[in-house]
Design a protein around this ligand. Structure first.
Ligand SMILES: [Ca+2]
Ligand SMILES: [Ca+2]
Ligand SMILES: [Ca+2]
Ligand SMILES: [Ca+2]
Length: 264
């Protein structure tokens, strides 16, 4: 093997390391399907076609309540339908963020800034449908309905968007659960979809990403690696396999090329 060839391999491997999303491994992504549900805490049929994400990253505490969350959009709103599994419901705390509640974090220009901009909001609602807000969020742009269930509670919400939404737009997005587990008015656990920093209320750089897509997933089985599966890191794993495959093919092609050249 020539020196140049060895260098080429080293360069390729370095390139693979560079293009592999080592840091992006932590960035979760999902797609919101197109449609318009009714905000009544009842699961419209159209929600069955939505991608499902799950809160699995701890901000604080352990054994927290958790949620399966579906997202949808139309030109005016982003919609969220969350099934929150919480065995003991409480709104005892005087602090909204310590009550059993959900929070949507939305960065409409996905600028990932260290401080909230004018487009960034923290939309909180407790299981009794009492709202509270941070950033641009307000009663004017946040419509919610909740109901208690045998597993905990359901939240259905609409967030009015600052400008007309269009297909392909990417929002910074996150979804958090606040859990008082023993009804003593003190929050015991916080769990979130992507950003476990605990800074989501003032910093959008850790949010996950949500892409507005036009087609509904329908009854089709999600393709391997697509969000909505139980393991949120599948897409990253698939990406790595694809990247590795690409490098292998490139290497293989190069070796063949060299061999042909030598035998020519
Ligand atoms: Ca509904
Ligand atoms: Ca922003
Ligand atoms: Ca609770
Ligand atoms: Ca507590």
């Amino acid at each position: 093997m020539g020196k140049k060839f060895s260098l080429f391999i080293v360069a390729l491997l370095a390139l693979n390391l560079l293009i592999s999303p080592v840091s992006a491994e932590d960035l979760l992504k999902t797609d919101a399907i197109f449609g318009t549900p009714e905000i009544d805490a009842e699961k419209d049929d159209i929600w069955d076609g939505a991608n499902v994400i799950k809160t699995e990253r701890y901000v604080e505490g352990s054994d927290a309540a958790w949620a399966e969350v579906r997202t949808m959009w139309d030109e005016e709103n982003l919609y969220v339908y969350a099934e929150v599994h919480d065995g003991s419901l409480s709104v005892k705390s005087e602090n909204d963020w310590e009550q059993d509640s959900v929070e949507v974090f939305l960065d409409q220009n996905n600028a990932k800034t260290a401080a909230f901009e004018d487009d960034d909001g923290q939309y909180r609602v407790n299981y009794e449908n009492k709202q509270s807000y941070g950033g641009v969020a307000s009663a004017d742009n946040f419509t919610t309905a909740t109901k208690t269930t045998d597993f905990g509670y359901v939240v259905e919400a609409a967030i009015k968007l600052a400008s007309a939404a269009s297909e392909g737009t990417v929002f910074g997005f996150d979804f958090q659960i606040n859990d008082d587990k023993d009804d003593d008015g003190v929050r015991d656990a916080v769990i979130i979809w992507n950003d476990s920093s605990g800074q989501s209320f003032q910093n959008t750089s850790g949010f996950g990403e949500l892409t507005l897509v036009k087609e509904a997933a329908g009854d089709e089985t999600p393709a391997a690696g697509e969000e909505g599966e139980k393991l949120p890191n599948t897409s990253t794993a698939m990406y790595n396999i694809l990247a590795l495959g690409l490098v292998s093919i490139t290497l293989g092609g190069f070796v063949l090329f060299k061999m042909k050249k030598r035998t020519a």
